[in-house]
Design a protein around this ligand. Structure first.
Ligand code: DC
Length: 224
């Protein structure tokens, strides 16, 4: 059996992380963990319960009474919030527009990072997010920092939204992506930055398959 390594994939919104990470995990027989979904689930619940998103303490209290479970399925990772499948709801425009605010709170990050580290502790894992290589899995054998132009990322989100039946337009998407990049990379707690030992992968000109193959090749080298 090959080595059960940890693969960390970070990068901005729409770089293709989740699609590509899922394929890499499937090919290697590894578990895929989408950490953004955890921040989205917290944001979804806070919005539903009318909790002030600036109020870190109230969010923490809410989180201490919250159960988030990630379960693999044929249609990708399912997200359960207190036992309810919220995989669709956490992708709404409202959650997307508010998640940066929630994920900027250090106390919320601390709780979710601990959970992510537990999930990854046995290896055989592909985890994507913003701070996986720099904070969550500092010892990961393979670290990838994935990006693409804002234009290309907006185009991908547009197609993705169409498939999910979520209405959107390109200009708004570009603005939202640029804003989210800014919030995620300028926040004080674990900003989105490339780890020193991460490999940069620009997916602007790459197909999903090409990007996945590039990572699989690097993974095979680490597993030898
Ligand atoms: O990848 P995504 O769009 O589902 O992520 C949603 C938000 O969660 C994103 O704006 C930044 C935040 N996030 C984070 O701060 N740290 C992570 N490890 C993953 C996501």
């Amino acid at each position: 059996m090959s080595k059960q390594i940890q693969i960390a994939i970070d990068g901005p919104a729409g770089a293709g992380k989740s699609t590509i990470a899922k394929i890499v995990a499937e090919n290697l027989g590894f578990t895929y963990i989408d950490t953004g979904a955890m921040y989205r689930a917290v944001t979804y619940k806070a919005l539903k319960e009318n909790i002030e998103l600036n109020d870190a303490k109230s969010l923490e209290n809410m989180l201490s009474n919250t159960k988030i479970d990630l379960k693999p399925s044929e249609n990708g990772q399912l997200v359960f919030l207190d036992g309810e499948d919220v995989s669709q709801q956490i992708r709404s425009n409202e959650v997307t527009a508010n998640v940066s605010q929630v994920s900027a709170h250090p106390n919320i990050r601390e709780i979710l990072v601990k959970k992510q580290q537990e999930l990854a502790s046995n290896g055989g894992i592909v985890m994507d997010g913003r701070d996986i290589a720099t904070h969550v899995l500092k010892e990961a054998e393979l670290k990838i920092f994935m990006s693409a132009s804002v234009e290309e990322r907006a185009k991908r989100r547009f197609i993705d939204n169409e498939k999910r039946g979520i209405p959107s337009d390109m200009e708004t998407l570009k603005e939202e992506i640029s804003l989210r990049d800014k919030l995620d990379s300028e926040r004080e707690a674990s900003p989105l930055i490339q780890a020193e030992d991460a490999i940069y992968l620009d997916t602007t000109e790459l197909s999903i398959e090409e990007a996945a193959n590039a990572i699989l090749k690097l993974a095979q080298e680490k597993m030898e």
